[in-house]
Design a protein around this ligand. Sequence first.
Ligand SMILES: [Zn+2]
Length: 587
Amino acid sequence: MRDSRTHQPLTYAVRLPDDAQADALRLLDASRAVVNQALAILWPHLDEFGSDRVGPAWKQVGKYIASPSPHGDRQWRCESEVLGRVLRAQAERMKAFELVLPILCDGFIRPKTEKREASKNRSAIKEALTTLQKSLEEDETNFVTLQNVVEQCCNFFFAHDHFPSTYEELQPLPLLKVGTLTYAGDDGPEKGQAYRLALDLDGGVARFRFRYPDSAGVWHWRKVDTIIPLPDAVRERLKAGELMAPTLREEHRADGSRMAVLDFIVEVEKQEMPAWESVERVLGADWGVHTLLTATAVDEHNKQVGRPMFLNTGGFDGRQARTRRQIDELKKKVATYEQQRDGLPTDHPKRTWYNQRLALYRREIDLCWRKYEQRNRALAHLASNVLVLLARVHGCSLLSMESLKTLKSTGRGKGVRGRWRNYRNNSQIRGEIWRLLRYKCHLIGLRFHTEQPRGTSHTCPHCGLPAKTYRSPSERKEAVQWGRWLFCDICSYNGDRDYCASVNIARLGVAYLGQMKQTGKARSCPITDPRVKPVSYTGAGAALLLPPPSTHARPSVSGKICYYPGWLGSAFLQSSHKKHLFLRLCG
Ligand SMILES: [Zn+2]
């Protein structure tokens, strides 16, 4: 593995073909059993995995034990690589625990009151950790680990009414729940003694062969290569990157069934982050009330660049809600049939009929879940790509994103239950988009910063003073908290609520950028802070070039909305560009 500062591994999971599933799952079960057995043996030596960390993890494990259940030397190396990585990660957490142990205090916990349950005092935790971190070397991941461990300690407190005094008390033996086997401990794709992997980039496939235990527990090589079609993204990445040893692991489906996937890991060069001095424009993105995302670009002199973009998902929510209803109905049928079947005597002939029906319904439920999750993932990719592209075409090197903490209910959907569902699904998608964005920004060298959304949708982006929102531009009798139109009583500025919020997020980003440029350090400031400057809009530099996500069809523009192929009526971009311009800009 090359230097983590300059290179980054990208992982692509590909499901193994059906004919290899059973053998691969058996292999994973066998590996998991060995890893867990060895984990129990080595757990008392955990602290030794925190220091001596030179070389691969399997070597370190090898110093202590041999396989508790031998079935091939390289197979054990791969298993001990998994094991060693778990132990090293746990040792890292244990170090973090030892650092936070002296500062764990009751102040971290907000006691239970009549109105609410006991909870974590996040501001106290953050303050204590910041102070603690100042005494350590600066390292961002370190902070996350510290925070993570404190969270775990607080959860322990809720369960036991006291903080843990040792790491072992806090952390139970972290046994693997699902099988995972990295081939990094083996001798490579050509000479491997546990696996072989050959790429056929022209044919677009990989040939994978592996050793596995058969149903009698005897270990063999698979007689034939497993042909795995490579996704386009992997082929694309392999042109510039290097293929690392793959990882075989199992995934659980919504219905509880399992499947084996092979993670293709491609190591690519990281883009360097632009120097703060060179950052001139900021793209502000807001989780909308009426749209999924709204984004606006602002330059460092607080001038808006180009026009805002709205990613709307109205039809998408409806489709997802329908799929959820379908799943509910199927589940109801399953419950009824199960009840009817269980009412029959054990030797009743109709039981078989019920079982067949039940199997059918369960498969149907599984299909629905897959469709549902696939759609979520696809939307998250679309949204993150759109944002990254927008940042690029506007020349923004900093993406200022509203943080995920305060999720707004969209109020869409029929009935409380439907609305809650949409809300919950939206929060899932937002989490996914956020993760993808952070990852993609890192990959292409775009700075990413999150902002607290406090007050951003109730502040006038024009004069920077608090403003109210109303149901619509014409209905201004009564201010509504979730209203879609913002109107400023002071300067009479008014505009779409989500748009205003995105400008405000961009303004926060500009203030942050200013601090970074001047002092190299920044504290997030509230939207009312004088450092957060008002924005003026010139409409200049409105260049938007958005290639469609698929190459098969062109996006079509109807009025001020651009529909993407494959997303007709479910997700669309909206902008105030003129039709002919918009169509040209969208590729
Ligand atoms: Zn104003």
